[in-house]
Design a protein around this ligand. Structure first.
Ligand SMILES: NC(=O)c1ccc[n+]([C@@H]2O[C@H](COP(=O)([O-])OP(=O)(O)OC[C@H]3O[C@@H](n4cnc5c(N)ncnc54)[C@H](O)[C@@H]3O)[C@@H](O)[C@H]2O)c1
Length: 335
Protein backbone atom coordinates (compact mmCIF):
# COMPACT_ATOMS: atom_id res chain seq x y z
CA UNK A 1 0.00 0.00 0.00
CA UNK A 2 1.43 3.41 -0.82
CA UNK A 3 1.46 6.25 1.68
CA UNK A 4 -1.53 7.99 0.19
CA UNK A 5 -3.68 5.05 1.21
CA UNK A 6 -2.52 4.61 4.81
CA UNK A 7 -2.47 6.64 7.99
CA UNK A 8 1.10 7.49 8.88
CA UNK A 9 2.91 9.89 11.23
CA UNK A 10 -0.33 10.74 13.00
CA UNK A 11 -1.80 10.34 16.46
CA UNK A 12 -4.82 8.05 16.37
CA UNK A 13 -7.27 6.98 19.04
CA UNK A 14 -8.59 3.43 18.67
CA UNK A 15 -11.45 2.80 21.08
CA UNK A 16 -12.03 -0.86 21.83
CA UNK A 17 -8.36 -1.31 20.93
CA UNK A 18 -8.02 -4.49 23.01
CA UNK A 19 -10.77 -6.20 21.04
CA UNK A 20 -10.61 -8.19 17.83
CA UNK A 21 -10.88 -5.42 15.23
CA UNK A 22 -9.39 -2.72 17.47
CA UNK A 23 -6.20 -4.64 18.27
CA UNK A 24 -5.65 -5.33 14.57
CA UNK A 25 -6.06 -1.62 13.85
CA UNK A 26 -3.59 -0.73 16.63
CA UNK A 27 -1.07 -3.17 15.23
CA UNK A 28 -1.29 -1.84 11.66
CA UNK A 29 -1.10 1.79 12.82
CA UNK A 30 1.98 1.14 14.97
CA UNK A 31 3.69 -0.60 12.05
CA UNK A 32 3.00 2.50 9.96
CA UNK A 33 4.78 4.91 12.28
CA UNK A 34 1.83 6.40 14.13
CA UNK A 35 1.24 7.18 17.77
CA UNK A 36 -1.67 5.07 18.96
CA UNK A 37 -3.89 5.59 21.98
CA UNK A 38 -6.06 2.62 22.94
CA UNK A 39 -9.11 3.20 25.14
CA UNK A 40 -10.64 -0.02 26.46
CA UNK A 41 -12.33 -1.31 29.61
CA UNK A 42 -11.61 -5.00 28.77
CA UNK A 43 -15.28 -5.89 28.97
CA UNK A 44 -14.95 -8.21 25.95
CA UNK A 45 -11.40 -7.41 24.85
CA UNK A 46 -8.26 -9.08 26.17
CA UNK A 47 -4.97 -7.87 27.55
CA UNK A 48 -3.14 -10.53 25.55
CA UNK A 49 -4.34 -8.84 22.34
CA UNK A 50 -2.27 -5.75 23.12
CA UNK A 51 0.55 -7.19 25.23
CA UNK A 52 3.07 -6.98 22.35
CA UNK A 53 2.35 -3.24 21.92
CA UNK A 54 2.80 -2.26 25.58
CA UNK A 55 6.59 -1.94 25.23
CA UNK A 56 6.25 0.29 22.14
CA UNK A 57 6.85 3.95 23.06
CA UNK A 58 4.28 4.98 20.47
CA UNK A 59 1.51 3.04 22.20
CA UNK A 60 -0.55 4.37 25.10
CA UNK A 61 -3.17 2.29 26.88
CA UNK A 62 -5.92 4.13 28.69
CA UNK A 63 -7.91 1.69 30.72
CA UNK A 64 -11.26 3.41 30.84
CA UNK A 65 -14.86 3.40 29.75
CA UNK A 66 -16.52 5.21 26.86
CA UNK A 67 -19.48 5.77 29.19
CA UNK A 68 -17.23 8.01 31.26
CA UNK A 69 -16.83 11.39 29.55
CA UNK A 70 -13.57 12.17 31.38
CA UNK A 71 -12.03 8.96 30.01
CA UNK A 72 -13.15 9.94 26.50
CA UNK A 73 -11.64 13.43 26.86
CA UNK A 74 -8.37 12.10 28.20
CA UNK A 75 -8.05 9.50 25.43
CA UNK A 76 -8.81 11.82 22.51
CA UNK A 77 -6.57 14.71 23.61
CA UNK A 78 -4.20 15.63 20.77
CA UNK A 79 -5.49 12.92 18.40
CA UNK A 80 -6.04 13.64 14.72
CA UNK A 81 -8.25 10.65 13.97
CA UNK A 82 -10.58 8.46 15.99
CA UNK A 83 -11.32 4.90 14.90
CA UNK A 84 -14.21 4.11 17.23
CA UNK A 85 -14.66 0.36 17.70
CA UNK A 86 -15.72 0.09 21.36
CA UNK A 87 -19.19 -1.40 21.70
CA UNK A 88 -20.92 -4.51 22.90
CA UNK A 89 -21.32 -6.73 19.86
CA UNK A 90 -23.71 -9.65 19.43
CA UNK A 91 -27.40 -9.72 18.63
CA UNK A 92 -28.22 -12.39 21.29
CA UNK A 93 -26.41 -10.37 23.97
CA UNK A 94 -28.55 -7.34 23.17
CA UNK A 95 -31.72 -9.43 23.32
CA UNK A 96 -30.71 -10.73 26.76
CA UNK A 97 -29.70 -7.32 28.13
CA UNK A 98 -30.88 -4.45 25.93
CA UNK A 99 -30.20 -1.86 28.65
CA UNK A 100 -26.49 -2.63 28.80
CA UNK A 101 -26.05 -2.76 25.00
CA UNK A 102 -27.85 0.58 24.66
CA UNK A 103 -25.88 2.14 27.50
CA UNK A 104 -22.54 1.27 25.89
CA UNK A 105 -23.36 1.40 22.20
CA UNK A 106 -25.43 4.58 22.27
CA UNK A 107 -24.59 6.36 25.56
CA UNK A 108 -20.88 5.65 25.20
CA UNK A 109 -20.95 6.48 21.50
CA UNK A 110 -22.42 9.94 22.07
CA UNK A 111 -19.86 10.71 24.79
CA UNK A 112 -16.95 9.63 22.58
CA UNK A 113 -18.32 11.56 19.61
CA UNK A 114 -18.83 14.71 21.66
CA UNK A 115 -15.33 14.46 23.15
CA UNK A 116 -13.91 14.03 19.61
CA UNK A 117 -15.75 17.10 18.42
CA UNK A 118 -14.50 19.14 21.40
CA UNK A 119 -10.95 17.94 20.67
CA UNK A 120 -11.35 19.07 17.03
CA UNK A 121 -10.24 15.77 15.51
CA UNK A 122 -9.87 15.68 11.73
CA UNK A 123 -12.29 12.78 11.34
CA UNK A 124 -14.31 10.35 13.45
CA UNK A 125 -14.57 6.93 11.79
CA UNK A 126 -16.84 4.46 13.60
CA UNK A 127 -17.89 0.83 13.44
CA UNK A 128 -21.44 0.67 12.15
CA UNK A 129 -23.10 -2.62 11.26
CA UNK A 130 -24.81 -4.60 8.51
CA UNK A 131 -27.51 -5.39 11.10
CA UNK A 132 -28.91 -1.94 10.22
CA UNK A 133 -30.42 -3.50 7.06
CA UNK A 134 -32.81 -5.43 9.33
CA UNK A 135 -35.67 -7.14 7.55
CA UNK A 136 -35.22 -5.49 4.17
CA UNK A 137 -35.23 -8.35 1.64
CA UNK A 138 -33.20 -6.77 -1.18
CA UNK A 139 -29.78 -8.18 -2.03
CA UNK A 140 -27.18 -6.87 -2.37
CA UNK A 141 -27.60 -4.27 0.36
CA UNK A 142 -27.09 -0.70 -0.76
CA UNK A 143 -26.43 2.00 1.80
CA UNK A 144 -29.57 4.06 1.12
CA UNK A 145 -32.14 1.28 1.58
CA UNK A 146 -32.63 -0.18 5.05
CA UNK A 147 -35.48 -2.13 6.67
CA UNK A 148 -36.83 -2.49 10.20
CA UNK A 149 -34.22 -3.40 12.79
CA UNK A 150 -34.55 -6.94 14.16
CA UNK A 151 -32.69 -6.56 17.46
CA UNK A 152 -31.76 -4.01 20.12
CA UNK A 153 -28.17 -4.28 18.83
CA UNK A 154 -29.26 -3.22 15.35
CA UNK A 155 -31.16 -0.28 16.83
CA UNK A 156 -28.07 0.87 18.74
CA UNK A 157 -25.93 0.76 15.61
CA UNK A 158 -28.46 2.64 13.50
CA UNK A 159 -28.92 5.20 16.29
CA UNK A 160 -25.16 5.81 16.18
CA UNK A 161 -25.45 6.65 12.49
CA UNK A 162 -28.21 9.15 13.25
CA UNK A 163 -26.12 10.80 15.97
CA UNK A 164 -23.04 10.96 13.76
CA UNK A 165 -25.02 12.54 10.93
CA UNK A 166 -26.64 14.99 13.30
CA UNK A 167 -23.34 15.96 14.97
CA UNK A 168 -21.80 16.51 11.54
CA UNK A 169 -24.73 18.77 10.70
CA UNK A 170 -24.84 20.81 13.90
CA UNK A 171 -21.17 20.87 14.93
CA UNK A 172 -19.40 20.30 11.61
CA UNK A 173 -17.36 17.27 12.74
CA UNK A 174 -16.44 14.94 9.86
CA UNK A 175 -17.80 11.46 10.49
CA UNK A 176 -17.78 8.17 8.57
CA UNK A 177 -19.70 5.02 9.50
CA UNK A 178 -18.39 1.69 8.24
CA UNK A 179 -21.12 -0.93 8.10
CA UNK A 180 -19.07 -4.04 8.70
CA UNK A 181 -20.38 -7.37 7.42
CA UNK A 182 -19.36 -10.39 9.58
CA UNK A 183 -15.70 -9.64 10.09
CA UNK A 184 -13.33 -12.54 10.89
CA UNK A 185 -9.62 -13.20 11.32
CA UNK A 186 -6.73 -13.38 13.79
CA UNK A 187 -7.52 -12.61 17.43
CA UNK A 188 -11.31 -12.90 17.10
CA UNK A 189 -12.44 -14.46 20.36
CA UNK A 190 -13.56 -18.10 20.01
CA UNK A 191 -14.79 -18.34 23.60
CA UNK A 192 -17.88 -17.30 25.49
CA UNK A 193 -21.61 -17.40 24.91
CA UNK A 194 -21.50 -14.63 22.34
CA UNK A 195 -18.57 -15.81 20.22
CA UNK A 196 -18.86 -15.24 16.48
CA UNK A 197 -19.55 -18.20 14.24
CA UNK A 198 -16.15 -18.61 12.53
CA UNK A 199 -13.86 -18.78 15.60
CA UNK A 200 -16.49 -20.85 17.42
CA UNK A 201 -16.62 -23.41 14.60
CA UNK A 202 -12.82 -23.43 14.22
CA UNK A 203 -12.20 -24.22 17.86
CA UNK A 204 -14.96 -26.84 17.92
CA UNK A 205 -13.54 -28.58 14.84
CA UNK A 206 -10.04 -28.44 16.32
CA UNK A 207 -11.39 -30.46 19.28
CA UNK A 208 -13.00 -32.97 16.85
CA UNK A 209 -16.42 -31.91 18.12
CA UNK A 210 -19.46 -31.24 15.94
CA UNK A 211 -20.23 -27.58 15.32
CA UNK A 212 -23.93 -26.71 15.58
CA UNK A 213 -25.36 -24.80 12.67
CA UNK A 214 -28.45 -22.76 13.55
CA UNK A 215 -31.07 -23.85 11.01
CA UNK A 216 -30.50 -25.91 7.88
CA UNK A 217 -27.26 -24.14 6.94
CA UNK A 218 -28.63 -22.24 3.98
CA UNK A 219 -28.47 -18.88 5.77
CA UNK A 220 -25.63 -16.93 4.20
CA UNK A 221 -23.31 -14.09 5.09
CA UNK A 222 -20.85 -11.77 3.37
CA UNK A 223 -17.88 -12.82 5.52
CA UNK A 224 -15.16 -10.17 5.54
CA UNK A 225 -11.50 -10.72 6.36
CA UNK A 226 -9.93 -8.37 8.92
CA UNK A 227 -7.29 -6.98 6.53
CA UNK A 228 -10.02 -5.59 4.29
CA UNK A 229 -11.47 -3.81 7.33
CA UNK A 230 -8.09 -2.34 8.27
CA UNK A 231 -7.77 -0.97 4.75
CA UNK A 232 -11.28 0.53 4.87
CA UNK A 233 -10.70 2.32 8.18
CA UNK A 234 -7.59 4.00 6.87
CA UNK A 235 -9.17 5.05 3.61
CA UNK A 236 -12.20 6.40 5.45
CA UNK A 237 -9.93 8.49 7.68
CA UNK A 238 -7.67 10.00 5.04
CA UNK A 239 -9.64 10.27 1.79
CA UNK A 240 -10.00 13.94 1.04
CA UNK A 241 -13.24 15.54 2.11
CA UNK A 242 -14.35 16.54 -1.39
CA UNK A 243 -14.19 12.96 -2.64
CA UNK A 244 -15.59 11.34 0.48
CA UNK A 245 -18.68 13.49 1.09
CA UNK A 246 -21.24 14.13 -1.56
CA UNK A 247 -22.96 17.11 0.01
CA UNK A 248 -22.20 19.48 2.88
CA UNK A 249 -23.35 16.97 5.48
CA UNK A 250 -19.83 15.75 6.34
CA UNK A 251 -21.24 12.34 7.18
CA UNK A 252 -21.27 9.16 5.12
CA UNK A 253 -21.84 5.45 5.63
CA UNK A 254 -20.20 2.70 3.61
CA UNK A 255 -20.68 -1.05 3.40
CA UNK A 256 -17.45 -2.81 4.23
CA UNK A 257 -17.47 -6.39 3.02
CA UNK A 258 -15.97 -8.54 0.29
CA UNK A 259 -19.17 -8.65 -1.75
CA UNK A 260 -19.66 -12.41 -1.90
CA UNK A 261 -22.10 -14.72 -0.12
CA UNK A 262 -21.15 -17.96 1.65
CA UNK A 263 -23.76 -20.12 3.37
CA UNK A 264 -23.09 -21.86 6.66
CA UNK A 265 -22.86 -25.34 5.14
CA UNK A 266 -20.25 -24.07 2.68
CA UNK A 267 -18.43 -22.26 5.47
CA UNK A 268 -18.03 -25.45 7.53
CA UNK A 269 -16.72 -27.31 4.49
CA UNK A 270 -14.07 -24.63 3.82
CA UNK A 271 -13.04 -24.63 7.48
CA UNK A 272 -12.76 -28.43 7.51
CA UNK A 273 -10.70 -28.37 4.33
CA UNK A 274 -8.26 -25.81 5.77
CA UNK A 275 -7.98 -27.36 9.22
CA UNK A 276 -7.55 -30.90 7.92
CA UNK A 277 -4.23 -29.75 6.42
CA UNK A 278 -3.04 -29.66 10.06
CA UNK A 279 -5.05 -32.61 11.36
CA UNK A 280 -6.54 -35.07 8.86
CA UNK A 281 -9.18 -36.33 11.33
CA UNK A 282 -11.02 -33.00 11.13
CA UNK A 283 -12.27 -33.96 7.66
CA UNK A 284 -14.53 -36.62 9.24
CA UNK A 285 -16.18 -34.38 11.87
CA UNK A 286 -19.94 -34.19 11.23
CA UNK A 287 -22.04 -31.06 11.79
CA UNK A 288 -25.21 -30.80 13.89
CA UNK A 289 -28.20 -28.58 13.13
CA UNK A 290 -30.18 -26.62 15.72
CA UNK A 291 -33.07 -24.13 15.55
CA UNK A 292 -32.70 -20.77 13.83
CA UNK A 293 -31.58 -17.96 16.13
CA UNK A 294 -33.86 -15.12 17.19
CA UNK A 295 -33.07 -11.83 15.46
CA UNK A 296 -31.04 -13.46 12.69
CA UNK A 297 -31.56 -12.36 9.12
CA UNK A 298 -31.51 -15.16 6.51
CA UNK A 299 -29.07 -13.62 4.05
CA UNK A 300 -26.62 -10.82 3.92
CA UNK A 301 -24.66 -9.55 0.94
CA UNK A 302 -23.18 -6.11 0.47
CA UNK A 303 -22.86 -3.92 -2.51
CA UNK A 304 -19.40 -2.39 -2.04
CA UNK A 305 -19.67 -0.09 -5.04
CA UNK A 306 -20.02 3.09 -2.97
CA UNK A 307 -16.88 2.38 -0.94
CA UNK A 308 -14.99 1.44 -4.09
CA UNK A 309 -15.98 4.66 -5.79
CA UNK A 310 -15.68 7.15 -2.97
CA UNK A 311 -12.80 5.89 -0.84
CA UNK A 312 -11.10 3.59 -3.40
CA UNK A 313 -11.79 0.55 -1.22
CA UNK A 314 -10.30 -2.51 -2.88
CA UNK A 315 -10.59 -5.59 -0.65
CA UNK A 316 -7.60 -7.83 -1.23
CA UNK A 317 -8.75 -10.92 0.66
CA UNK A 318 -11.54 -13.15 -0.65
CA UNK A 319 -13.44 -15.23 1.89
CA UNK A 320 -11.46 -18.33 0.92
CA UNK A 321 -8.08 -16.57 1.22
CA UNK A 322 -9.09 -15.00 4.54
CA UNK A 323 -10.33 -18.31 5.96
CA UNK A 324 -7.04 -19.95 5.04
CA UNK A 325 -5.13 -17.23 6.92
CA UNK A 326 -7.47 -17.37 9.90
CA UNK A 327 -7.35 -21.18 10.20
CA UNK A 328 -3.54 -21.06 10.11
CA UNK A 329 -3.51 -18.41 12.83
CA UNK A 330 -5.90 -20.31 15.12
CA UNK A 331 -3.92 -23.51 14.63
CA UNK A 332 -0.62 -21.83 15.51
CA UNK A 333 -2.02 -19.87 18.44
CA UNK A 334 -4.67 -22.03 20.06
CA UNK A 335 -3.57 -25.59 19.55
N1 LIG B 1 -16.91 -8.41 14.33
C1 LIG B 1 -17.88 -8.16 13.48
O1 LIG B 1 -18.21 -8.98 12.63
C2 LIG B 1 -18.61 -6.85 13.50
C3 LIG B 1 -19.65 -6.64 12.58
C4 LIG B 1 -20.32 -5.41 12.60
C5 LIG B 1 -19.93 -4.44 13.49
N2 LIG B 1 -18.93 -4.69 14.40
C6 LIG B 1 -18.57 -3.64 15.35
O2 LIG B 1 -17.16 -3.50 15.32
C7 LIG B 1 -16.70 -3.09 16.61
C8 LIG B 1 -15.59 -3.99 17.08
O3 LIG B 1 -16.09 -5.31 17.17
P1 LIG B 1 -15.18 -6.56 17.56
O4 LIG B 1 -15.69 -7.71 16.80
O5 LIG B 1 -13.76 -6.20 17.49
O6 LIG B 1 -15.62 -6.78 19.07
P2 LIG B 1 -14.74 -6.98 20.40
O7 LIG B 1 -15.73 -7.34 21.46
O8 LIG B 1 -13.62 -7.91 20.15
O9 LIG B 1 -14.17 -5.52 20.63
C9 LIG B 1 -14.87 -4.50 21.28
C10 LIG B 1 -13.93 -3.85 22.28
O10 LIG B 1 -14.62 -2.74 22.91
C11 LIG B 1 -14.31 -2.79 24.29
N3 LIG B 1 -15.41 -2.15 25.04
C12 LIG B 1 -16.68 -2.61 25.20
N4 LIG B 1 -17.37 -1.75 25.96
C13 LIG B 1 -16.52 -0.74 26.28
C14 LIG B 1 -16.66 0.44 27.06
N5 LIG B 1 -17.81 0.73 27.68
N6 LIG B 1 -15.61 1.26 27.18
C15 LIG B 1 -14.41 0.96 26.57
N7 LIG B 1 -14.23 -0.13 25.84
C16 LIG B 1 -15.28 -0.99 25.70
C17 LIG B 1 -14.18 -4.27 24.62
O11 LIG B 1 -13.50 -4.53 25.82
C18 LIG B 1 -13.45 -4.78 23.37
O12 LIG B 1 -12.07 -4.70 23.53
C19 LIG B 1 -17.93 -3.05 17.49
O13 LIG B 1 -18.42 -1.72 17.49
C20 LIG B 1 -18.91 -3.94 16.78
O14 LIG B 1 -20.25 -3.62 17.09
C21 LIG B 1 -18.27 -5.87 14.42
Amino acid sequence: MNNQRIITKSKVLVTGGAGFIGSNLCEALLEQDNKVVCLDNFMTGHRKNITPFLSNKNFTLIEGDIRNYDDCKKAVAGCEYVLHQAALGSVPRSIKDPMLSTDVNVGGFVKMLFAAKEAKVKRFVYAASSSTYGDHPDLPKVEEIIGNPLSPYAITKYTDELYAKNFSYIYGIQTVGLRYFNVFGRRQDPNGAYAAVIPKFVITLMMHESPTINGDGTYSRDFTYIDNVIQANQLAAITIKEKLYKSDTKHEVFNIAFGERTNLNELVEILKENLSLFDAKIKDVQVKHGPNREGDIPHSLASIEKAKKRISYNPKFSVKDGLKEACGWYWRNLK
